[in-house]
Ligand binder design. Structure first.
Ligand code: NAD
Length: 267
């Protein structure tokens, strides 16, 4: 146990030094970043896919039938309630502090919960690859709605909401399996990944494509790759450092180490 603790401390020291010496740091986040804020991820035991079948939520099914849309809105509502109440945890706050310290090129997030913004990161630093659950869009005319407005309709008994303007189907502004990725965000994420010199993954199983190819792009372009995740990922073998720890405490220790190291260098 002591040996594991010492090894982790060494890893944190090394990552802190890389952070100080890097010119462009990209942080890549997944659902594991927000589990400590009370939002379940998809693939952990007790996660969303233990209660729902992913195939029921393919975009094509959403388009194809009223029954699928109803099921989709049920799951989306179940996920939205804890998201709306959730507060950023120590990991979100550490990433926001990185921005304040001028250490962050950008955050590429797969998360749809808006917690990076609640933690204080600015709009221009966060690329939301899979959209956001805080808005709803009409799939026919593109009209955008505040999510709470639509939740009110559902609470009043509407099972599947439709657009006021064109009667097209409404869907949370998130990217479902089978739905096209947002072009601007995807291009920007690839671009930033290819330019960075340090790429830090936090709380992602790295199995959802194309998001999961970003660490590969960074690594192939010469960046150091650090993975902080509770469980192993398919990219662990190519990472420079893998920390199998929890996002909150690991990121808090990392930021503390960075500050100590910066202070030591100033003296
Ligand atoms: P995932 O569910 O596939 O994997 C989560 C990973 O995080 C797991 O490997 C797990 O070991 C790890 N993890 C869980 N809790 C952790 C913690 N406290 N500290 C460190 N690691 C922890 O999630 P993913 O890779 O992000 O991909 C799935 C998709 O899930 C994404 O597209 C995302 O849009 C969506 N999603 C988002 C949210 C959210 O916005 N909070 C929640 C659920 C799902």
């Amino acid at each position: 146990m002591e040996a594991v603790k010492n090894e982790m401390e060494k890893q944190i020291q090394q990552v802190a030094e890389w952070m100080i010496n890097s010119k462009r740091i990209v942080v890549f986040t997944g659902a594991g970043l927000s589990t400590e804020s009370g939002i379940p991820d998809f693939r952990s035991p007790g996660g969303v896919w233990d209660r729902y079948n992913p195939e029921d939520f393919y975009f094509q099914n959403f388009l194809a039938s009223e029954a699928s849309r109803e099921k989709y809105w049920q799951m989306a509502t179940e996920m939205y309630e804890p998201m709306k109440k959730a507060l950023p945890n120590a990991a979100h706050l550490a990433i926001s502090e990185m921005e304040k310290m001028g250490m962050l090129d950008c955050v590429i997030t797969q998360n749809i919960d808006g917690l990076h913004f609640k933690a204080g990161n600015s709009e221009e630093k966060v690329i939301q690859l899979h959209g956001t659950a805080m808005h709803v869009t009409c799939l026919s005319c593109g009209k955008r709605y505040d999510r709470d407005e639509i939740q009110e309709r559902l609470k009043r008994g509407v099972k599947v909401p439709y657009c006021d303007e064109c009667n097209g189907p409404l869907k949370p502004a998130t990217i479902s399996f089978g739905q096209s990725m947002p072009e601007r965000e995807t291009q920007e994420a690839y671009h930033r990944s290819s330019l960075c010199d340090l790429f830090i993954v936090i709380g992602s199983s790295l199995v959802v494509q194309p998001a999961a190819s970003m660490p590969l792009v960074a690594k192939r372009n010469g960046a150091k790759l650090v993975i902080i995740n509770r469980d192993p990922t398919p990219y662990d073998h190519m990472a420079d450092i893998v920390i199998h720890g929890l996002a909150g405490p690991t990121m808090a220790s990392l930021l503390q180490k960075v500050k100590e190291e910066q202070k030591r260098r100033r003296c």
